[in-house]
Design a binder for this molecule. Structure first.
Ligand code: ADP
Ligand code: MG
Length: 264
């Protein structure tokens, strides 16, 4: 199956009447198989809504999304999702969390063990495999969340600010590991972030979104060879360009918040 994602005229309106919120308006984009795409924009511009629509969690109001030519109507094993909050089972050890999806798929025990061993090693979790989520740092928990998805080997990984809660050093380490895994396994990745630097560090391509309703403001290719030097002039040229675009949308967000009726 090809893992190309095609978004055609995607519209999402939450609620009806006076309370209606237009979250996405006419989003059209093709994400080729193997591309590392970032969705960038300030809070409220519809990044999560678009990602959730690709995941099949959120039905569109209008338009269509296909994956490998098939319309996305529900979540499926061809798409793995990683959230900002570590969606782990607290009562399961690290290795059981990683194994869980394989059990659901009825993968034979011995085969599942081989996969779990390999993925646990890939994510640097070997020494932690018997531990429980509560005994892990944020960075380690997020490694487990990524390991759980990789165990299922979906062609598409959807990531919603997965490193947003981590300190800068841990974040960079996990970014580097994600890039290594992506290069090795050839996944198609759609990665949501509001960090300009994170988007430039990771992506082949960045879609800058507008504040409500979310549209594509700019489609930017990042052609700097990896590993990318965040201090290089190429990096900073793109950074300045993106900062100006994001700032405009941030301003619209601030204005909307200032003029929003008070909520209790
Ligand atoms: P982002 O991830 O870029 O911060 P979201 O996709 O979460 O943005 O939200 C886009 C807009 O849609 C926001 O104005 C948000 O308040 C609204 N929204 C998101 N989910 C819902 C929902 N379930 N019901 C109503 N409004 C929603
Ligand atoms: Mg979001």
């Amino acid at each position: 199956m090809s893992a190309e994602i095609v978004v055609s005229g995607a519209v999402k309106v939450f609620g009806t009447g006076a309370a209606a919120v237009a979250a996405l308006q006419d989003i059209t984009a093709t994400v080729p198989e193997g591309q590392f795409l970032c969705l960038l924009g300030p809070s409220g511009c519809g990044k999560s809504t678009l990602l959730n629509a690709i995941a099949g969690f959120t039905p569109l109001t209008d338009g269509r999304i296909t994956l490998g030519g098939r319309t996305v109507a529900a979540p499926g094993p061809d798409r793995g999702m990683v959230f900002q909050e570590y969606a782990l089972f607290p009562w399961m050890s690290v290795e059981d969390n990683v194994r869980f999806g394989l059990d659901i798929k009825n993968v034979p025990r011995a085969e599942a063990t081989v996969t779990v061993d390999r993925i646990v090693a890939t994510l640097g979790l070997t020494d932690f495999r018997k531990r429980y989520p509560k005994d892990l740092s944020g960075g380690m928990r997020q490694r487990v969340a990524i390991a759980r998805i990789l165990a299922l080997d979906p062609p598409v990984m959807l990531m919603d600010e997965p490193f947003g809660a981590l300190d800068a050093l841990t974040r960079r380490t996990l970014q580097d590991e994600l890039l290594r895994i992506w290069a090795e396994l050839g996944k198609t990745i759609v990665f949501v972030t509001h960090s300009i630097e994170e988007a430039i560090y990771l992506a082949d391509r960045i879609l800058v979104m507008t504040y409500r309703p979310g549209r594509i403001k700019r489609d930017v290719r990042v052609e700097i060879p990896r590993p990318r030097d965040t201090a290089s002039s190429d990096f900073n040229t793109i950074k300045r360009e993106l900062a100006a675009l994001v700032m405009e949308e941030q301003q619209r967000f601030t204005n909307a918040e200032l003029h929003a009726p008070a909520v209790d």
